[in-house]
Design a protein around this ligand. Structure first.
Ligand code: NOJ
Length: 987
């Protein structure tokens, strides 16, 4: 062994110092682009972009699709017909069965399939029929309601020649104008076109064709196709019809080309939002190059995009192919139900009726081009006119967000990894010692024995039940990770069962698929298989997954699925799932099926074994439309860098308007070590994430809030306490999302759809219907922020009641210990102000109501409350109140929003009885009228069990206006129950 000389010792010393210093700096690292396809490396995307270029480059372009008028039938809210595709340069045609359904909700749905050859069919030379079924089961996973056909939809008279018109929607104000040739549809509201299908002629259904073996030419990876110069050339561009290679893997594409593509335009709509998940602005950018625009389409192909980059249309972990378009006072949307890899190009064009206007008064139209690799063309159309109408109709179809257990919306402490059960106990004790609230501590993959899920490392986690017991003492929970890759190793019962029951995903040859992930060689459970669900359930039983307790919940990671040695870090597209579907067909739904299996496994664990009726908590990384029904998501592996904190806000806003509001980003940043300032600002922002979890990579230094040191620990604790005190408002917002799909974080356009100036604002948001308007600080060294106030309304600083008046942009000081947070006039906000160790310990704490009086002089708000853990709320065990302050009578009253029932259920009675002791301890009126100045008392009357309990008085404390600040008043201990009807008279 060489002995180090003094020189080399000095160098190694310097190296150590360098490494040490580096660990304090967090460089922003960027994604390995070479691991992920660009459009021109994805055959079907390249073909369809080329098709679009060719079509749009000539004014004489005629889309080769027409609706056969003789085939059209309309009955009972549903139009059927046959779209005929003429194959370029041949006399052949392909018939595409069309359905257009009109639902009671006002939503329309267009599907195009491909006619299949049936046994015994006479095969005509000019009529080719597909030999395979296109994937048609996406709806089985994504759609849960809202598909009752409309009885009111009817063919409308006066259709121009060559069109069929159907009127539908509220009072028949919607209309679908179906053009026969070339086939296209204009969707109108009150006679005005809102959405157009195929008006640019880019509809392209790549039909089935037999493979004709040709002499093999030498191909270069990812460069197979030649861009056609005309549509005719592109149609014949066979370079990527069959097998296709990327990054050393070859996709055998046994079914050949089968993409579906369509142009969807939004005339006079200047903004489009949605198609989560991407790390970019809320208002989507154009994608065909140019200054400040992207040159790649937005991609949806769920992937483990390690160290993802900012401001990019690159795909991330989840896919929600739902887009909203916004113009002044009008929101419309489309939902592209397809589970295959999808790309979306966006361009905007400007139109002006007057050529001499130099663009003044011109209108922007947004054009989109949707391209999926396989499956049906299946699109839902929402005609608004309000954002709530569009999001509401979309969530009626795909389901409302789960009503989480209360602990799930409190603070979660995670890192990769808490290394022993004693470590977990120690962190738990330190939170208490430092008087910092938290509800959940998480275990990442290292708790297992050799990455074998459903096991515990016997050396480091010898006593998991003891650990869970300690957590339970303060009503805290444990979340343990379970991934979908199952270690391929002998003597591991889980893999043995997976194999013997044949429940894994298969490769293209029909053998069990093997790839690499955390455990090394692994197999993947195929959650498309109902038998896999049954088996998965059995694994979570307390007697099977020993060491878990009633306070153990689950984290599903890597479910895109992430396969370290697979193409684009995922599974080969020609792998096979249950039902014989290729992975290509179902890829974007894969993650949802896994979370779904876990959700039902946890439900069964507690229901069947324990007779408990508790709501599961399952976090997922990968998701699709509908995943919101099953739990929470987070934005994956971000970095401890300011741009990642900044990007988290538009990303979460985008999730919110896409029907999946239970979303968060790793607080502190996953990779790297945040500076203390960044960590502190991240906690302040995180206190406004619907899912609020600190998490860190295994190579980072420990960063539990109590380690930050002063003043940081104190400031972080204040941010956490703010979250805890506002939990009633958060829970009420979740309940609203659960009942009508409304986002929890609401961007400006959603709240003020008439205010064009605010449409692109994505760094501030309202929380539910509370009127709370937050703008987290996301830049280093900032000592203030500008907040845009869209409406003519008073806004008050949450902490000191400083008063602002919109519409304007106001500057707020925001030193490190300040969170810019305003209260919009006209709202009543429920809080619980007693500091506790966990949210479970707040169950019977009294409430504070903050009445924020705005320009009208009135205010209102709601509170939803239940046991925060069981499904008993479905049987009436909840409190739902509406509070209203009326200036005309100077009264604040509480009314019941729960439907009154003459015979309430036992569960309702028991819950209300248990809540009788929960009081309103304080009412704060911000912006209180000057006339109360000399008032010392208010009059309170309460109604209990339907009977008035007489009146009593309570003390009123007056705080006069100080310069710039509002006057406010406090009623202390009015002696009323939160669940009862009451009235406080300030007259
Ligand atoms: C990837 C996840 O995104 C991350 O949060 C987790 O810590 C690691 N996998 C290890 O399980």
């Amino acid at each position: 062994m060489a002995v180090l000389g003094s020189d080399s010792r000095r160098w190694s010393g310097l190296l150590l110092i360098f490494v040490f210093l580096c660990s304090f700096i967090t460089p922003v690292v960027t994604v390995k682009h070479e691991n992920f396809k660009k459009c021109d490396q994805s055959g079907f995307c390249k073909r369809n972009r080329a098709y679009a270029d060719a079509a749009l480059s000539t004014s004489s372009w005629q889309a080769p699709y027409s609706l056969d008028p003789a085939s059209i039938k309309f009955d009972n809210g549903m139009l059927t017909g046959s779209v005929v595709k003429t194959i370029v340069n041949t006399a052949e045609t392909v018939r595409l069965p069309l359905t257009i359904a009109f639902y009671e909700s006002g939503t329309a749905r267009v599907t195009l399939d491909e006619e299949r050859r049936q046994k015994g069919d006479i095969v005509l030379r000019h009529d080719s029929k597909a030999k395979k079924q296109r994937y048609n089961e996406a709806e089985k996973w994504a759609i849960v309601g809202g598909t009752t056909l409309s009885q009111g939809a009817a063919t409308s008279k006066g259709a121009e020649k060559g069109t069929t018109n159907i009127s539908y929607g509220p009072a028949g104000t919607f209309e679908a104008v179906i053009r026969h040739s070339p086939f296209g549809i204009d969707f109108k509201r009150n006679g005005e076109t809102q959405i157009q299908f195929n008006n640019r002629g880019l509809l392209n259904v790549e039909h089935w064709r037999p493979k004709v073996e040709k002499p093999v030419e030498e191909k270069k990876e990812g460069e197979e196709a030649v861009v056609g110069e005309s549509a005719k050339d592109t149609e014949e561009d066979e370079g990527t019809w069959w097998d296709e290679s990327f990054g050393g893997s070859t996709d055998s594409k046994p079914k050949g080309p089968e993409a579906v593509a369509l142009d969807i335009s939004f005339p006079n709509y200047q903004h489009v939002f949605g198609v989560a998940e991407h790390a970019g602005p809320l208002s989507l950018k154009e994608t065909r190059g140019g200054d400040g625009k992207y040159s790649e389409p937005y991609r949806l192909y769920n992937s483990d995009v390690f160290e993802y980059e900012m401001d990019s249309p690159m795909t991330l972990y989840g896919a929600i192919p739902f887009m909203q378009a916004q113009k002044k006072d009008s929101t419309v949307g489309v939902f592209w139900l397809n589970a295959a890899e999808t790309w979306i190009d966006i361009t905007k064009s400007s139109s002006s009726t007057n050529p001499l206007s130099l663009g003044i008064g011109s209108k922007i139209t947004t054009n989109t081009h949707w391209i999926s690799e396989s499956g049906l063309l299946d699109v839902f159309i929402f005609l608004g006119p309000k954002p709530q109408d569009v999001v509401g109709a979309y969530t009626e179809l795909t389901g409302y967000t789960q009503l989480p257990q209360q602990f799930a919306i409190a603070y979660h402490q995670c890192r990769w990894n808490y290394v022993t059960d004693e470590d977990v106990r120690d962190v738990d004790r330190k939170f208490d010692k430092n008087r910092i609230p938290y509800d959940v501590i998480w275990l990442d993959i290292e708790y297992t024995e050799g990455k074998k899920y459903f096991t515990w490392d016997p050396d480091t986690f010898a006593n998991p039940l003891g650990m869970e017991k300690q957590l339970d003492e303060h009503e805290r929970k444990l979340v343990a990770i379970i991934d979908p890759h199952i270690k391929n190793e002998g003597n591991y019962p889980v893999v043995d069962e997976l194999k013997s029951k044949d429940l894994a995903v298969h490769n293209k040859d029909g053998n069990i698929y093997e790839g690499w992930c955390w455990p090394g060689s692994s197999h993947w459970v195929d959650c498309f298989n109902p038998a896999a669900h049954t088996w998965w359930k059995s694994l979570f039983r307390y007697d099977k997954f020993k060491g878990t307790a009633k306070n153990t919940w689950i984290w599903n990671d890597m479910n895109e699925p992430s396969v370290f040695n697979g193409p684009e870090t995922t599974m080969p597209k020609d792998n096979l799932h249950h039902g014989g579907w290729e992975h290509r067909d179902v890829h974007n739904i894969n993650g949802m099926t896994f979370q779904n299996a876990t959700y039902h496994a946890i439900l069964a664990r507690d229901k069947e074994e324990d007779k408990a009726n508790v709501r599961p908590f399952v976090l997922t990384r990968s998701f699709y439309s509908g995943s919101q029904r099953l739990g929470a998501m987070w934005t994956g592996d971000n970095q401890a860098a300011w741009p990642h904190l900044e990007a988290s806000i538009p990303m979460l806003l985008s999730m919110g308007i896409s029907g999946f509001p239970f979303a968060g980003a790793d607080v502190g940043g996953f990779f790297g070590n945040p500076s203390k300032e960044l960590l502190t600002r991240w906690y302040q922002a995180g206190a406004f994430y619907p899912f609020f979890r600190g998490h860190a990579h295994i190579d980072t230094r420990r960063r539990e809030p109590y380690l930050a040191g002063e003043p940081y620990t104190q400031i972080i604790t204040q941010a956490l306490r703010l979250r805890y005190s506002l939990l009633p408002a958060w829970y009420t917002a979740f309940h609203e999302a659960h009942t009508n799909g409304a986002p929890i974080l609401r961007p400006n356009y959603y709240v003020h759809p008439g205010d064009e100036k605010g449409f692109a604002i994505d760094d501030q948001f309202y929380v539910g219907s509370t009127g709370l308007l937050a703008k987290p600080v996301t830049t280093e060294g900032a000592d203030g922020v500008d907040i845009y106030l869209a409406d003519k309304e008073k806004y008050f600083d949450y902490f000191d009641y400083w008063m602002y008046e919109g519409p304007t942009t106001v500057s707020l000081a925001a030193s490190l210990d300040t969170i810019p947070l305003l209260m919009q006039g006209g709202h009543i906000i429920p809080r619980r102000d007693r500091p506790r160790r966990s949210s479970g310990l707040m169950r019977y704490d009294p409430f504070t109501l903050v009445v924020v009086i705005g320009n009208s002089g009135d205010a209102e708000g709601t509170l939803y409350l239940d046991d925060g853990e069981s499904f008993d709320y479905e049987e009436g065990a909840f409190i739902h109140r509406r509070f209203e302050y009326k200036s005309a009578t100077s009264t604040l009253m509480s009314e019941d929003l729960a439907a009154a029932s003459a015979s309430p259920s036992r569960k309702t009675k028991d819950y209300l009885k248990a809540m009788e002791k929960v009081r309103v301890e304080k009412v704060i009126v911000v912006g209180a009228p000057e006339s109360w100045k000399s008032k010392k008392e208010v009059e309170v009357s309460e109604e209990l069990a339907g009977k008035s309990s007489g009146t009593k008085s309570a003390e009123l404390e007056w705080h006069g206006k100080e310069e710039g600040k509002a006057a406010w008043a406090v009623v202390r201990d009015p002696g009323i129950q939160i669940g009862a009807g009451w009235k406080i008279s300030f007259a």
